[in-house]
Ligand binder design. Structure first.
Ligand SMILES: NC(=O)c1ccc[n+]([C@@H]2O[C@H](COP(=O)([O-])OP(=O)(O)OC[C@H]3O[C@@H](n4cnc5c(N)ncnc54)[C@H](OP(=O)(O)O)[C@@H]3O)[C@@H](O)[C@H]2O)c1
Length: 416
């Protein structure tokens, strides 16, 4: 155990993750496993779980201008080393060699699965080298896969706007219908330290929530233009159940849009001006906001108009062995994987991606559902995440920020 790990183990953030996150995960798992039994045994107390949603394959009619649906997946990394496996030691107990376990994230697992379902998958991530490697890995596995790489830094409005231009240009050059059928907002980070983006936000908040909100709104015309039903899948997390605690204490602040904006600003400015960056809480909060955003978008697009072409789903992969904890000390990551593996709560990306693929391929009637546990299953998210007023206020605030960022970028480009 190194000094950094020992220091972190003495922090509240570590214990918050170790205790609250495990409890939230156990709660989701028990909900999934026990509800069928409890609703059978005590029908007056527990409603039966909704029937699972089956996956549907895209089958265009003869006249359909979309032959192969277009899917944008954000946050796709190639395989990379995750953790050193047990080091080999010589007879004196000295470290001599170390082999590395390789993993890729949920983005690549989703891209591979969707390419196999016949989608033309556009990988959108920030590093061109990593993107090229991810394309190569997917094609190596399936030479017939339709995959393209697009550079996108989701924590930058400038990059999002550039991505939109590149995407439209690509659709035009490839002579494809000017529409997108599926957007998977997957990119995310668990940042241990406070960092500010070019847009002036906290990096974790912008990457995990605001960036997805901005990108979705910017791509909405392309999604609405689809001649076949289109879809947005937001990847959220069981940790939103803990984020709710924090939001409840601030509940009154959400009652006014400007104050709500103040909350985002406080997350962005107050937090990093203080010495202690409450990274676990900010991660939970970002995933909670993603969920409020998903439900609000569902209400606006689908619930108000069932003829709407766009459906919106939230997907929670559970706890998955990926690189999301890369900023934490390796020994603590290893400990987390060991403990959760022992509790049978750890999954590989190929298994964890199940809920994301279910959400992507379910029938449009599943709009507004929270996919968890694969096999087409959905569960209820935290009670406060269904608060329509809260979602609306968060939406208005985020929309204002979107307009501000957009006009700043447009003004800057006029100056250039
Ligand atoms: N793993 C879990 O247990 C778990 C549980 C619940 C939810 N989730 C969510 O699942 C999603 C995928 O995470 P993961 O577990 O697959 O972790 P991961 O392996 O770290 O993947 C995250 C991906 O997001 C990308 N990304 C980060 N910042 C970006 C930015 N500014 N612009 C564009 N792409 C960016 C990363 O690209 P780089 O390689 O360039 O950094 C990486 O490809 C995240 O939203 C995460 O919160 C994960």
């Amino acid at each position: 155990m190194d000094w950094e790990a020992a220091k972190m183990m003495c922090s509240l953030q570590f214990w918050r993750m170790a205790v609250y996150w495990t409890l939230a995960l156990v709660y989701s798992r028990l909900y999934l496993l026990l509800l069928p039994y409890l609703s059978n045994r005590f029908p007056s107390l527990f409603r039966p779980p909704p029937p699972p949603f089956s996956r549907r394959r895209f089958s265009p009619g003869h006249q359909c201008p979309v032959r192969r649906p277009i899917c944008v997946v954000t946050g796709v990394s190639p395989s990379r080393s995750l953790l050193p496996l047990d080091p080999f030691c010589n007879s004196e107990g000295l470290f001599t060699a170390c082999c590395w376990q390789a993993t890729s994230g949920l983005g690549k697992a989703a891209a591979r699965a969707l390419a196999a379902e016949g989608y033309h998958v556009l990988l959108a991530s920030r590093s061109p080298q990593a993107l090229n490697k991810a394309v190569w890995e997917i094609k190596k596995h399936d030479p017939n896969a339709y995959v393209e790489a697009f550079q996108l830094d989701i924590s930058s409005m400038h990059s999002i706007m550039k991505f939109e231009c590149n995407l439209k240009q690509w659709l035009q050059d490839a002579n494809l219908h000017p529409s997108v059928q599926l957007l998977i907002n997957n990119a995310g980070i668990l940042a241990k330290s406070s960092r500010v983006t070019a847009d002036g936000f906290d990096e974790m908040i912008e990457t995990n929530y605001l960036g997805a909100f901005f990108l979705t709104n910017i791509l909405l015309p392309l999604l609405k233009n689809s001649p076949v039903p289109s879809r947005i899948v937001n990847v959220t997390s069981f940790t939103h159940r803990c984020g709710e605690l924090k939001t409840r204490t601030h509940h009154n602040h959400f009652s006014h849009v400007d104050q709500n904006k103040g909350i985002l600003a406080r997350e962005n400015f107050h937090v990093f001006s203080s010495k202690k960056y409450c990274f676990a809480q900010i991660y939970e909060y970002s995933k909670f906001c993603t969920l409020l955003f998903s439900y609000e978008l569902h209400r606006q697009l689908y619930a108000m108009d069932s003829a709407s072409v766009v459906s919106v789903m939230a997907a929670d992969p559970g706890f998955v062995e990926t690189n999301i904890m890369r900023e934490l000390p390796p020994s603590l990551r290893k400990l987390a994987f060991m403990v959760l593996g022992f509790l049978h709560l750890l999954q590989s990306p190929e298994i964890g991606v199940g809920s994301i693929i279910d959400a992507a391929l379910a029938s449009p009637e599943a709009s507004g559902k929270y996919f968890y546990g694969a096999k087409g299953r959905t569960i209820k998210s935290s009670p406060v995440s269904y608060d329509a007023k809260l979602s609306k206020e968060l939406w208005l605030c985020s929309y204002e920020l979107l307009q501000e960022c957009k006009s700043r970028i447009v003004n800057l480009s006029k100056l250039d």
